[in-house]
Write a protein that binds this ligand. Structure first.
Ligand code: SF4
Ligand code: FES
Length: 328
């Protein structure tokens, strides 16, 4: 199937979505830009049936296909719309899409508190980035915002329901990665919430992955909360021999201490290999891990502000530290 997105043409297999095709164009080495791929707040390639909830990936199809070139009457969710041969799509080149995306961000922010100064997700929050790019500097919403009490989901995870944008990713993690799903979305409309039965999922070794897939600060790691702002830490690629998971992770240093462990994320901010709770929550000593080197951080991230990954002195420090540990 031949599809053109913002003037870039690519051939993709049947069944590919517009979003996947856009990501393929970005992944192609010859393509220099990266804004051709629509933003995603609910789609997650590793989670089946994700996508279709947030509408941040809306695009304009101005030619349906070679056979039927009529434009689609409404903007479509690119994560849920498969390409047709000869389809032509507009993302950043369409003023309508840009305008509608602003509206989507406004809706997502209706009930979302402006907690960024005290939220652990600040600096790596997808909604924060999306609102910088497309948001208004003010709100037009006059009604009472919904509020919830904080809930501890077992010893490791805190649910901050007020920040939730109902993306369903954590539900899909519970459904697809953990045995005996006990949680979901309760109620409808503006009273809907993630069920507290989620706490039953903590028995499972992979429940911590909910934290990694949450695009906002609604699910946070209780062993990391309030320890540091993320931009003061230095993420490293690390691995260990683990019998439950791939054992590949990012370990986040502050000084010589590991403050948190997360799954390794790719350029689309999606976890490459799910990690188990033991690696995530219980392995916080340098001796637990083989440190490979500084993590490459996407250039849009505030974490990359110091460009620390190019510091030769840091690489030497790691080598020295590991040598010392090996001697012990
Ligand atoms: S808690 Fe996070 S991952 Fe779960 S639905 Fe809300 S925003 Fe999505
Ligand atoms: S990413 Fe497509 S609707 Fe949310």
């Amino acid at each position: 199937m031949k599809v053109t997105i913002d003037g870039q043409t690519i051939e993709v297999p049947e069944g590919t979505t517009i979003l996947q095709a856009a990501r393929m164009i970005v992944d192609n080495k010859e393509y220099a830009g990266d804004n051709i791929a629509p933003p995603t707040m609910c789609y997650y390639s590793k989670l089946k049936t994700s996508g279709g909830y947030c509408r941040s990936c809306l695009v304009k199809v101005n030619k349906g296909s070679e056979k039927d070139p009529r434009p689609m009457p409404k903007l479509v969710a690119s994560c849920r719309t498969t390409v047709m041969d000869g389809m032509e799509v507009m993302n950043t080149t369409s003023p309508e899409v840009i305008e509608v995306r602003k509206g989507v961000v406004e809706f997502l922010l209706i009930n979302h508190p402006l907690d960024c100064p005290i939220c652990d997700q600040a600096g790596e929050c997808h909604l924060q980035d999306l609102s910088y790019e497309h948001g208004l500097a003010k709100t037009r919403y006059d009604f009472k915002r919904r509020t919830f009490n904080l809930i501890d989901i077992g010893p490791y995870i805190k649910l901050h329901m007020t920040r939730c944008i109902m993306c369903f990713r954590c539900i899909k993690v519970a459904d697809q990665l953990t045995d005996n799903r006990h949680q979901g979305m309760l109620f409808r409309g503006d009273v809907s919430e993630i069920s507290t039965y989620i706490s039953k999922a903590i028995d499972n070794d992979f429940s911590g992955n909910m934290i990694d897939v949450c695009p906002v600060g609604a699910l946070t790691d209780r062993t990391w909360r309030f320890k540091s702002r993320v931009w003061f830490t230095k993420p490293m690629d690390a691995h260990r021999n683990c019998t439950k998971c791939a054992g590949k992770a990012h370990v986040w240093f502050k000084g010589d201490d590991i403050l948190r462990v997360t799954g390794r994320k790719n350029k689309w901010r999606e976890v490459e290999d799910w990690i188990c709770n033991e690696c995530r929550f219980e392995k916080k000593y340098v001796t637990d891990w083989v440190i490979e080197g500084p993590t490459h951080i996407d250039r849009h991230s505030v974490i990359s502000a110091n460009h620390y990954e190019n510091l030769t002195s840091l690489k030497l420090d790691i080598a020295k530290q590991q040598k010392k540990l090996n001697k012990k």
